[in-house]
Ligand binder design. Structure first.
Ligand code: PLP
Length: 393
């Protein structure tokens, strides 16, 4: 038995420290925007190198707040990948703006900048690169494209806090970056929570005001904001974990190395080739020539990957067969994501122009399968996962 994720394995050893944090907050009683909130925000700012860090109610609200602070309006178009968690596009829609879906790179699963370029119109105001599964999107060409067209850049770094691109921290390269502390994220919290980061003083100040109903001072409202705050208590609890974050990341990276080394030795399992970045046809030809059944994920050399997910591509229409086999063996696994965003029911009424040309995303939605990668996996558990996959081949 190997679960896909075991939050208790990480949290239970911290019980006494967590209880002390709880007691401290309970005793002073400043549950909303108390001192531990500021401490935690400083810790995240220090860890990521961002100038400003604002704790918020969730990763979803971090995205919404970023787009509100960038003044995204009804009728505006915002580019985002078709292959991501729903919140990326949901935040755009909630403001009355139009999410325009871009295709993805078959190697790193992230937004394909060449496709994004084709979908820019006079109405395009922003782009949301997502750093999916813990690896950064190819930011240099994305930032260049954004600069060329005057687009705002919001990095959805919900799955990639602490990851790096060419030495730059995920979330700190655009106008805003957003993190999530949902329990299954790498810095997993004790409920919902998130963080909005920026290096821009004015944007930080505007987001700070919007976080509390657009009021400054209290009860004087210049804007319509919302309640986007994160609880003091939750900040205090996460401060206990943030001190250990480098270790948590190292453990996930060790697991990824173990999987990659062991699985790549099995017949029919190949490593994705970074040379095929953004070129699905060249990649498909190479995989066919190799007789590949499963493609392993890779980290680009310029990226520091934090492995929120370890996602296999299972070729030849066999993904569900491998999933069923692993489930029968009691090996946790799941499909992130089975339906691309351009194909979601709630977006069926959006103009076709916003939902075209996402073929790679559609293909991958039928191939991906994520296996356990959380830091506390034992070597025996990793071997069990590997043996179960070997048995299926
Ligand atoms: C988890 C996630 C979010 C939303 O974060 P919540 O804290 O759950 O609201 C947004 N985008 C991506 C890519 C995510 O994985």
């Amino acid at each position: 038995m190997v679960p896909l994720l075991d939050v208790n394995a990480q949290n239970h050893p911290l019980e006494s420290e967590l209880q002390a944090a709880f007691t401290q907050v309970m005793k002073h009683g400043r549950f909303i925007m108390g001192p531990e909130m500021e401490t935690f925000e400083k810790e995240i700012a220090t860890m990521t190198g961002a100038k400003h860090a604002l704790s918020v109610s969730s990763g979803t609200d971090a995205l919404l707040l970023a787009l509100m602070a960038l003044n995204i309006q009804p009728g505006d178009e915002v580019l985002c990948p078709a292959f991501t968690f729903f919140a990326t596009a949901g935040a755009v829609s909630r403001l009355g703006a139009l999410p325009v879906f871009t295709d993805i790179c078959p190697i790193c699963f992230n937004l394909d900048v060449n496709d994004a370029r084709k979908k820019i119109t006079a109405k395009t105001k922003a782009i949301i690169p997502v750093h999916l599964f813990g690896q950064c999107a190819d930011m240099d060409p994305i930032l260049a494209l954004a600069a060329e067209h005057g687009l705002k850049v919001v990095e959805d770094a919900a799955q990639s806090i602490g990851a790096a691109y060419k030495g730059r921290q995920s979330g700190t390269m655009g106008h805003f970056g957003t993190y999530s502390f949902f329990p299954s994220k790498n810095l997993g919290g004790f409920g919902d929570g998130g963080m909005l980061v920026t290096n821009d003083d004015e944007l930080a100040e505007f987001a700070r005001v919007l976080r509390v109903h657009g009021s400054k001072p209290k009860y004087y409202h210049h804007y319509v904001g919302g309640n986007f705050r994160m609880d003091t208590l939750h900040c205090a609890l996460l401060s206990v974990k943030v001190k250990r974050y480098a270790q948590y990341t190292a453990e996930r990276q060790r697991n990824a190395v173990h999987y990659t080394t062991a699985l790549a030795k099995l017949p029919g399992i190949v490593l994705a080739d970074p040379a095929h970045c953004k070129c699905a046809s060249a990649q498909a030809a190479a995989l066919a020539a190799q007789g590949a059944k499963i493609v392993l994920p890779v980290a680009y050399g310029h990226n520091s990957h934090i492995w929120n997910q370890f996602t296999l591509r299972v070729l030849g229409g066999k993904r569900d067969s491998l999933r069923d086999h692993l489930v029968a063996k009691k090996i946790g696994c799941d499909i992130y994501y089975p339906v691309t965003l351009d194909q979601q029911q709630c977006f069926a009424d959006l103009p076709v122009s916003s939902r075209r040309g996402c073929e790679v995303a559609h293909q991958l939605a039928g191939e991906v399968l994520s296996i356990p990668i959380y830091g506390e996996l034992s070597e025996a558990q990793r071997e069990e996962v590997i043996a179960s996959i070997a048995e299926w081949l």
